[in-house]
Design a protein around this ligand. Structure first.
Ligand SMILES: Cc1cc2nc3c(=O)[nH]c(=O)nc-3n(C[C@H](O)[C@H](O)[C@H](O)COP(=O)(O)OP(=O)(O)OC[C@H]3O[C@@H](n4cnc5c(N)ncnc54)[C@H](O)[C@@H]3O)c2cc1C
Length: 454
């Protein structure tokens, strides 16, 4: 009879092989921790949604100099690219190149001694918990015994828009990353993008690159569009964390913007953003989300300058318009959709005809609405709960999930965008690489003692 493996011999199972899961796996292997990485879409392995794009016009929105996978080796990506000059370090390279970088790092990490690491193709749908181990269940019948389970599930598709329920799938794409959303544009002379952030920017440059010459309208509540990075690298002096909170903090940032420019004023906050978020109470965080978030997003998450130039050329040519308002309904009219919307600040409804409507409003944050079988299973068991703002899961700073009663659980973690409620600033590479590096150290140096946990 095969001897049952004790907790210490069991691997850490990571669900999701995008950027966060892959980097966590690589870091765990550096600490000699056995790993099983579970990914449902093999074509996206290591790359995930962000870096699995095959479209060269999709550029990183972070300079090459800040895209190393490792917080303890900040020049790693530059060396991989063969970049040595300041000019090169400041470039915004295609995201698909970054995807190749990640895939190569994973392949290297997996090439060590056998038995340390495994990639399992499949969708994790449920987990069973015992005091000494967890069993992760895969669709189709497989299972994985592990000593700790880490959720690296990434972003969920955008929530459906009730105003669009009458539109058929030929006119309406519920997610810009759905196959076909940006293809087969014959007969289309007006595309409406709902949302005007970085996702809409991806769609705009892809439509343009595909040779689409019709009109594009973005419709969002405020009509804001992401700002551009400066051509030159940022000149940001490190500064102590501002001690002020709430509206005083906003005033300090405004004053700094007047003194050093808005980009530097935002960038100097970067090392402190997570801490600033954590030291505000729920009510203050809520006020930020309600009133400031849209402005924070467009200033903080910027476009590569080349993308910004393309967008402004399209705007100037009259082919692209950013509009502000609220979508109120949509009906089919011949081969088109007639969208009704109310311009911001106005009371009268206006309408427009489009042959394609694409949802670019950004990911669903409410885990209870994500329709994700594994999450649903954990929620049902009381092993997980949404964070108070419904940005993701309720986790401790270490990434440990809080159960339905609010107690942190040993051996069950989340990383990446799912932990936004706890950290706020945890969507871009520089933040996630640090988070998974820390978690790998935690899991790597932990001692598994019987059933008592890590
Ligand atoms: C379009 C886009 C562009 C971005 N560009 C940049 C950029 O230029 N610079 C930057 O710093 N940041 C960028 N980001 C932000 C950041 O890098 C990403 O949010 C980050 O890559 C998140 O990685 P992830 O692994 O958490 O999620 P993902 O990359 O989405 O990976 C999650 C993976 O989990 C898998 N999965 C989910 N559920 C299951 C399951 N039950 N079983 C098995 N597998 C499962 C999915 O198939 C997926 O591959 C971008 C984000 C997006 C969405």
């Amino acid at each position: 009879m095969a001897k049952a493996r004790t907790g210490a011999e069991l691997p850490v199972a990571i669900v999701g092989g995008g950027f966060s899961g892959t980097l966590l796996a690589i870091n765990l292997l550096r600490h000699d921790v056995k790993v099983v990485l579970v990914e449902r879409d093999e074509t996206q392995l290591a790359k995930g949604l962000a870096f699995g794009t095959r479209r060269p016009e999709h550029l990183l929105n972070v300079r090459a100099a800040n895209m190393s996978a490792f917080p303890d080796d900040l020049g790693h990506f530059l060396r991989w690219m063969g970049f040595s000059t300041d000019d090169q370090a400041n470039r915004f390279v295609p995201r698909l190149a970054y995807g190749h970088y990640l895939r190569e790092l994973l392949v290297d990490a997996l090439s060590g001694p056998p038995g340390r690491a495994e990639v399992r193709a499949g969708e994790a749908i449920a987990a069973e918990f015992r005091p000494d181990a967890t069993t992760l269940l895969l669709a189709g019948g497989g299972s994985i015994e592990c000593r700790a389970l880490v959720l690296a599930l990434g972003n969920f598709p955008p929530p459906p828009l009730p105003a669009l329920t009458e539109l058929p799938p030929t006119l309406h794409f519920a997610d810009v990353w759905q196959p076909g959303a940006l293809d087969d544009l014959g007969g289309v002379d007006h595309v409406v993008l709902l949302g005007s952030g970085l996702t809409a920017a991806d769609a705009i440059v892809s439509l343009d690159s595909a040779g689409y010459r019709g009109r594009i309208t973005t419709l969002s509540r405020r009509g804001l569009k992401p700002r551009s990075h400066a051509e030159d690298g940022p000149v940001v002096a490190s500064m102590p964390e501002p001690e002020t909170s709430g509206s005083w903090l906003v005033r300090v940032v405004r004053e700094r913007a007047a003194a050093v420019g808005w980009r530097a004023a935002i960038d100097e906050l970067r090392p402190h953003t997570q801490h600033i978020w954590r030291r505000h109470d729920v009510a203050a965080q809520r006020r930020f989300l309600r009133h400031l978030r849209p402005y924070w997003d467009v200033h903080r998450h910027r476009l590569a300058p080349q993308v910004a130039v393309r967008i402004s050329v399209l705007e100037q040519s009259g082919r692209l318009a950013f509009t502000a308002g609220k979508l109120t309904g949509a009906t089919v009219e011949g081969a088109s959709a007639r969208l009704r919307w109310r311009p911001r600040g106005g009371s009268a409804e206006v309408n427009l005809l489009a042959q394609r409507v694409i949802n670019c409003i950004g990911p669903e944050g409410d885990v209870t609405c994500a329709g994700h079988p594994l999450l649903d299973n954990l929620l049902e068991q009381g092993r997980a709960r949404p964070d108070v703002h419904r940005l993701g899961l309720d986790v401790e700073q270490s990434g440990r999930l809080r159960n339905a009663a609010g107690e942190p659980q040993e051996g069950l973690f989340a990383v990446g965008p799912l932990t936004k409620g706890e950290a706020w600033e945890i969507v871009a590479v520089p933040d996630i690489r640090r988070q998974v590096w820390d978690l790998a150290r935690y899991l790597g140096s932990a001692h598994w003692v019987g059933g008592e946990g890590l």
